[in-house]
Design a protein around this ligand. Structure first.
Ligand code: C2E
Ligand code: CA
Ligand code: CA
Ligand code: CA
Length: 281
């Protein structure tokens, strides 16, 4: 009764103040959570659109926070970006995800080991220690060569700087693949596709949502796939939820997909099981 009384009291605070307090609170909790490594990782399968076989996994951070509602990444990632904590969190993700997937690769023994895709924030792409962290993670985890993919958003590629140019080239020399996440939502300039050695485009869910009903949306997705083909890039459609979306994407030649229709983000143990069932050869 006391606890609910407390909540009641908070409801009567002026809204603005409550929001500031909440943010403050969350920030303090986030600081502690990063220090205490309270995070976990889950993995969402990426499938071959033609066969439905699992080809890789995207690592997604989770903050289970004891006694509180789990905070969604859409909330804590931007906060960690603002406060600069994203570098520490990102390093943690990189090391844990490479270790998890390396273990999966070695126990599953596929002729084609599944790859790992890791989200990397704009801030991390500017960190001078980032390349070294990637090298360290690859060495320590013994991930199969050529099976790490790093995701960036279009904003990272908007200005072509010496630093990002060199970083991407050095990563490519290590066998790391570069994927543009949320493709089509960031900036209208496509010049970066010419300037940077990108490997993969991940078509944002908002483009997939209205297919096949909306012919304009279908035309857009077809256009992206055609562009990618011409440039020799792979395409992953994000957020596939229906059979109709899957079939249409297969018809128009989309290579890969990800979405609740195939699998939700899951634990590494569940990922191992999915790989046994749907890992292809
Ligand atoms: P994202 O990188 O675009 O990841 C895809 C998001 O869409 C994930 O949400 C995933 O659970 C969700 N999703 C996948 N398939 C479907 C579907 O069929 N339907 C719907 N409605 N959703 C689907 P999640 O895990 O909540 O992550 C949200 C965002 O937080 C990510 O978007 C990414 O930008 C960021 N994030 C998550 N983990 C990390 C991380 O380790 N580092 C960084 N920098 N960002 C991360
Ligand atoms: Ca992503
Ligand atoms: Ca995305
Ligand atoms: Ca997104």
């Amino acid at each position: 009764a006391k606890a609910s009384g407390k909540r009641q009291w908070r409801r009567f605070q002026p809204q603005q103040r409550a929001r500031v307090m909440e943010r403050h609170d969350l920030q303090a909790r986030l600081n502690r959570a990063i220090a205490d490594e309270e995070f976990t990782l889950c993995y969402q399968p990426v499938v071959d659109i033609t066969t439905g076989d699992v080809v890789g996994f995207e690592a997604l951070a989770r903050w289970p926070s004891l006694g509180n509602e789990p905070v969604p990444p859409g909330q804590f990632i931007p906060l960690a970006e603002e406060t600069g904590h994203i570098s520490a969190l990102g390093t943690w993700v990189l090391h844990h995800a490479t270790a998890d997937i390396a273990r999966l690769q070695h126990s599953a023994r596929r002729t084609r080991p599944p790859y790992l895709s890791v989200n990397v924030s704009a801030r991390q792409w500017r960190d001078t220690g980032f390349l070294n962290e990637v090298c360290r993670a690859l060495d320590t985890a013994a991930l199969c060569r050529g099976t790490l993919q790093l995701e960036l958003t279009e904003s990272v590629l908007m200005q072509r700087t010496e630093q990002i140019d060199t970083l991407i080239r050095e990563l490519k020399d290590l066998g790391v693949r570069i994927a543009v996440d949320d493709f089509g939502t960031g900036y209208s300039s496509l010049r970066y596709l010419r300037d940077f050695p990108i490997d993969v485009l991940k078509i944002d869910k908002t483009f997939i949502d209205d297919i096949p009903q909306d012919p304009r949306q279908v035309a857009l997705v077809e256009g992206i796939i055609h562009l990618a083909d011409t440039l020799g890039l792979q395409v992953i459609a994000e957020g596939i939820e229906t059979q109709e979306q899957w079939e249409l994407l297969a018809d128009i030649g989309c290579g890969y997909g990800q979405g609740y229709l195939f699998a939700r983000p899951m634990t590494v143990e569940q990922s191992g099981a999915v790989l046994q069932q749907r890992g292809g050869v």
